[in-house]
Design a protein around this ligand. Structure first.
Ligand code: LMR
Length: 328
């Protein structure tokens, strides 16, 4: 009996070594919902490239852009199940897991991307990266896209121009409340369906940074885009916490260094990428870009501002206060 047990144990050991040898590199699937040609899409490809160069044979990153593997409806659940290991959802899409991140959706909270950047770097902003760990989601970095612009089938110059229209929103109650303040309706819709939703007339308006407008060709179905800069669209690069902390320490440290490098590049280039797409939209002649006077923009701010109060208790006044100090 003893002999058999020893033999069996040896066989097991050998077979598990064999399994290890056959396993090959650790595969990280990174899925997202925008095209390659956007700040996030470029960041994902740069991450893949640097991992290829520095961790060849140890880690392999597979990038799935444009909702080709998972989309808004199921990507977070897929990540928590470890069916996909990394995502970079918009900060508007975490309602279900933490209320604190809703601070990023509050209209006119941040003057510009620089202010957003300052908040993300400070203690409170960094804390929010860990706000979902109890739900097996770990935040690795913030990636910028840009400030959101309001678009519609009609020219929006004053808040009342939006009244009665239906806007596509991300899955966020703050954004729902924001449009309710304008007397407008809103429909939560996965990003992959936005073009169709606008083209078919199911919704008449939307809010997007220039890069998302251009890369999804939304400007072709939105004859008017108002430069409102009323809110921010940024991302949290996340992983499945159990998966992430299970990566051998040395490899994880390498990955974290690569993420730092990619984050720096994404965040440095995002604003320029959005400006370039804005120019492309203007040059296309398909959509009229409307700029607001200071008074007009103040009117939007006044109209939307009550949303802050509505969500203060949920988000936490400490978070809101910390965010407010970053504007200059
Ligand atoms: C949206 O749904 O509008 C955005 O979150 C898409 C994205 O990832 O930029």
């Amino acid at each position: 009996f003893k002999k058999i047990a020893v033999a069996a144990a040896c066989a097991l050991t050998l077979s598990s070594y064999a399994a290890l040898a056959q396993e090959g590199p650790l595969v990280i699937k990174l899925a997202h919902v925008v095209t390659d040609d956007t700040p996030k899409g470029q960041g994902a490809l740069m991450f893949q490239r640097l991992v290829d160069q520095r961790l060849e044979g140890k880690v392999k990153v597979e990038v799935y852009p444009n909702s080709s593997l998972y989309g808004d409806a199921n990507e977070l659940e897929a990540l928590r199940n470890n069916d996909v290991q990394m995502l970079a959802p918009s900060l508007a899409k975490f309602d279900k897991y933490t209320k604190q991140l809703q601070v990023f959706d509050l209209p006119f909270m941040f003057d510009d991307l620089e202010a957003v950047n300052r908040f993300q770097k400070r203690a409170k902003g960094r804390q929010l990266l860990r706000s979902m760990e109890d739900q097996n989601i770990v935040g690795l970095a913030y990636w910028h896209n840009g400030m959101k612009q309001m678009s519609a089938t009609k020219a929006l110059r004053l808040p009342a121009d939006a009244t009665g229209l239906s806007f596509r929103i991300q899955n966020s109650n703050v954004l729902d409340a924001q449009f309710a303040q304008l007397g407008a309706k809103s429909v939560k819709m996965p990003f992959a369906e936005v073009y169709k939703g606008l083209q078919s007339g199911q919704v008449q308006g939307a809010e997007n940074p220039w890069s998302n407008l251009y890369s999804q060709r939304l400007h072709e179905v939105q004859p008017f885009i108002t430069e409102t800069n009323h809110g921010v669209l940024d991302y949290m690069l996340i992983s499945n916490a159990r998966f992430w902390y299970g990566i051998p320490h040395q490899i994880r440290t390498e990955l974290e260094a690569i993420i730092d490098e990619v984050t720096f590049a994404v965040n440095r280039q995002a604003e320029e990428a959005n400006l370039a797409d804005r120019r492309r939209i203007e040059a296309s002649g398909k959509s009229q870009v409307i700029t607001l006077t200071a008074e007009q923009r103040d009117a939007w701010r006044e109209a939307m501002r009550p949303v802050w109060q509505q969500f203060e208790a949920e988000i936490g006044s400490d978070v809101i206060k910390a965010a407010q100090t970053v504007n200059r």
